[in-house]
Write a protein of this length. Structure first.
Length: 74
């Protein structure tokens, strides 16, 4: 589902994995919306996610999370 957001961007609900998570994704964790600031590749396909709040989350290849991704219109 895509929704228009002011400023010429589209918000899309996506399922993210260690392979598909991107900087800027907003992931809902424990009722809080957390924006991905940076990603670090770990062994065996796992990734460590750094959020804007400074918190870290490590996910492995089978982890699936719901996220909102902002996409700019061209």
């Amino acid at each position: 589902m895509r929704q228009r957001v002011p400023g010429g961007t589209l918000a899309s609900n996506v399922e993210v994995t260690a392979a598909t998570v991107q900087r800027g994704d907003i992931i809902q964790l424990g009722g809080r919306a957390c924006r991905v600031q940076d990603l670090f590749q770990l062994s065996q396909g796992a990734k460590q996610i750094l959020f804007d709040s400074g918190e870290l989350l490590t996910i492995h290849t089978r982890t699936r999370l719901a996220a909102v991704r902002m996409m700019r219109r061209r």
